[in-house]
Design a protein around this ligand. Structure first.
Ligand code: PRX
Length: 628
């Protein structure tokens, strides 16, 4: 690890924020603001909360029953009210809330008033199905505005949404519907990817076959002449909304009311349903969007995430709308129809804040600087990166092609944290490759296994105090929640390896556990392994992450075959297709190697660390527990 750190920190370059940007930023002196916030975090968060609308106030800011937290105790609020009603009642009524662009350039624009109407109609339609507060709704949609409308409509009624990324397979979708016991699934007939049509409805059909809780399936029909409806259970989205009123009162909810479940990978084969609540999540996403990106009313904010992931939840939907921002969201890939796609959108819509991922930057780097050079990118003010470490080379490229004066906010956070926890602000001096310092009110640190703070050097990333947008539990599995707070005494353990330099800057190095980040997507090696062993030819499998030039990491699988099966290119393909079927495209191992044994401890646990070291030609470290 030390070697990696040296490579990362090699440039030693510090980039100071442009004076004009700093002069107009919300926060101009980070050190002072941070010190103040941390002296009395509850006061800091309370002051933030006061900028939002509450139907009734809290009696207490925080109730901390280690490790269970309640924020804004006994207050009532609704995040959808704060995203919509607050703005519709102000001058922002006719301000553009969302600009959506399809792959083919079709444009749909929603003012705050129009988004309010659509969300209210959808909420009334949900009510008409007899859904009640606390019921779960699974949203399996491509990146289209209905995804945002459905999320906000659920929130309005206190229904819990579970958005499932539309690249997941039927089996993965089924597991998530079953765990949440959803009564309703909202989907579309198709999605589009590089002009190819991707059928989604058949995936849902397959998934709901064994989901007895699902009463109805609503389908957004995008294809012109087709009808995707095949059973009594199914409703066309347009018909569903058609006669509904454009007003539906937002429910006054206790601030701890669950807002959503979002499934993410961990170290076991079963995904965990991370639960976030209205009050604290609203406060965290609101203020981070505001301070990190310095989001102002004049900005056009472009986040490339899909609402199927947490970045989309927090930084396409909730955070920007809470701030009354104008959001650009685009279906499709960064290199389709050509590698100028995103640069073109930035020029066309005058984007001033651009939040993207290291994988996308590395992909665009491959096509060369001539692509960004063709476009006028002068509207940009602040850039962002998320999801995985950004290597200094990609950082420098991104900085250079956008004009060498737009600071990059390398934001570190997780599905579980709800909002950004470690990040620069536009006034903070940057070091390419470092997420810099904790956000206001957040006590992040690097510690050893026993929880001792490391002055400078490598260790585990932890958060020492609760924060409002932290997850409240893992759905149906509170014990798994406890693990986050039990691994290192007294702290929330993120599962990341991190280095603290002499200036207190944090350099996130990757996961400390068996989770792989492929193109920023989180995949548990155990999930891929259990998918592989469910194939008839496989007796045992071990999966590791391996460095990849564009995607950051890729999946490699080592597989032991059952007696009677032999290695052929066809079998390898079959195994990859099998994982595709079980989990979806993002989890398919790029490399599959057939082996006759796997390194194991005497108690029979596979030592993936040893496999990885061998694969990368590194020293495997302590192997005293190795059986053979
Ligand atoms: O390893 C860290 C990495 O992504 C993990 C969280 O993944 P997920 O829950 O899918 O959320 C992704 C979007 C927030 C973390 O444990 N990670 C996220 N951001 C960064 C990062 N690693 C390094 N630098 C980052 N900026």
């Amino acid at each position: 690890m030390e070697q990696n750190i040296e490579t990362l920190q090699k440039s030693g370059r510090v980039i100071y924020p442009p004076a004009e940007l700093k002069a107009q930023a919300y926060i101009q002196d980070y050190e002072k603001a941070y010190k103040q916030s941390i002296e009395d975090p509850e006061k800091f968060w309370e002051n933030v909360a006061k900028e939002l609308h509450w139907f009734s106030p809290w009696n207490k800011v925080l109730e901390w029953n280690y490790p269970w937290a309640k924020w804004f105790v006994d207050a009532t609020c609704n995040i959808s009210y704060n995203c919509l009603d607050r703005h519709v009642q102000s001058w922002r009524k006719n301000k553009v809330a969302v600009i959506w662009v399809s792959e083919e350039g079709e444009e749909r624009i929603f003012t705050y008033a129009e988004l309010y109407r659509q969300v209210n109609k959808c909420a009334n339609a949900l009510k008409a199905l007899g859904l009640n507060k606390g019921d779960r709704v699974t949203i399996y949609l491509p990146k289209i505005p209905e995804q945002i409308v459905a999320m906000l409509a659920c929130a309005r009624l206190g229904l819990i949404h579970s958005v499932v990324y539309s690249g997941f397979s039927a089996k993965a979708l089924q597991a998530r519907i079953q765990d949440a016991e959803s009564k309703l699934v909202i989907t579309a007939d198709v999605g589009y990817d590089r002009s190819k049509t991707i059928p989604l409805k058949p995936v849902v059909d397959e998934a709901v076959k064994s989901c007895s809780t699902v009463e109805k399936v609503v389908v957004v029909q995008r294809e012109k002449n087709g009808s995707a409806l095949t059973s009594e259970k199914e409703i066309d989205w347009e018909d569903w909304l058609k006669n509904q009123s454009t007003h539906c009162e937002a429910l006054q909810l206790d601030s701890e009311t669950p807002l959503y479940i979002l499934y993410t990978s961990g170290t076991t084969g079963k995904p965990k349903g991370v639960v976030h609540v209205h009050g604290g999540y609203m406060v965290g996403t609101y203020i981070t969007t505001r301070y990190v990106f310095d989001l102002k009313d004049e900005d056009v904010y472009f986040c490339v995430a899909d609402p199927g992931w947490v970045t989309g939840h927090s930084y396409i939907v909730y955070g920007p709308l809470l701030n009354g921002g104008t959001i650009l969201t685009a279906e499709g890939k960064p290199d389709y129809p050509n590698p100028g796609r995103w640069w073109d959108l930035i020029e066309r819509y005058g984007v001033s804040i651009f939040y993207t991922t290291p994988t996308a930057v590395r992909l665009l780097m491959k096509f060369g600087e001539e692509w960004p050079a063709k476009y006028d990118l002068s509207s940009l003010r602040v850039l962002g990166s998320v999801g995985e470490p950004i290597n200094p080379e990609a950082w420098e490229w991104f900085y250079r092609v956008t004009g060498s004066n737009k600071p990059i906010m390398d934001t570190w956070w997780q599905t579980e944290t709800g909002s950004i926890l470690v990040t620069p602000l536009p006034c903070v001096p940057l070091k390419p490759g470092s997420a810099t310092r904790p956000f206001l009110g957040i006590e992040a640190d690097v510690v050893d296994r026993d929880g001792n703070s490391i002055e400078h050097g490598g260790g585990f990333a932890v958060i020492k105090k609760p924060w409002p947008s932290m997850m409240r539990t893992i759905y149906n599995d509170p014990d798994r929640y406890l693990l986050y707070w039990n691994t290192i005494k007294g702290c929330y353990t993120a599962g990341d390896v991190c280095h603290k330099d002499k200036d207190g800057y944090l350099w996130f190095m990757g996961r400390a556990d068996d989770v792989v980040k492929v193109a920023g997507n989180r995949i548990g090696t155990a999930e891929v392994e259990s998918a592989l062993v469910s194939h008839e030819a496989v007796v045992e499998a071990a999966v590791i992450g391996k460095p990849h030039k564009t995607a950051g990491e890729m999946i490699k699988a080592f597989v032991i075959l059952k007696e009677g099966h032999t290695e052929t290119p066809d079998l390898i393909q079959q195994l990859q297709d099998h994982v595709l079927n079980e989990l979806g495209k993002i989890a398919v191992p790029k490399e599959v190697e057939i082996v006759s044994s796997l390194p194991k401890t005497r108690s029979g646990k596979i030592m993936r660390r040893v496999l990885k070291a061998k694969e990368l030609g590194q020293d495997p470290g302590d192997i005293s527990t190795l059986e053979e």
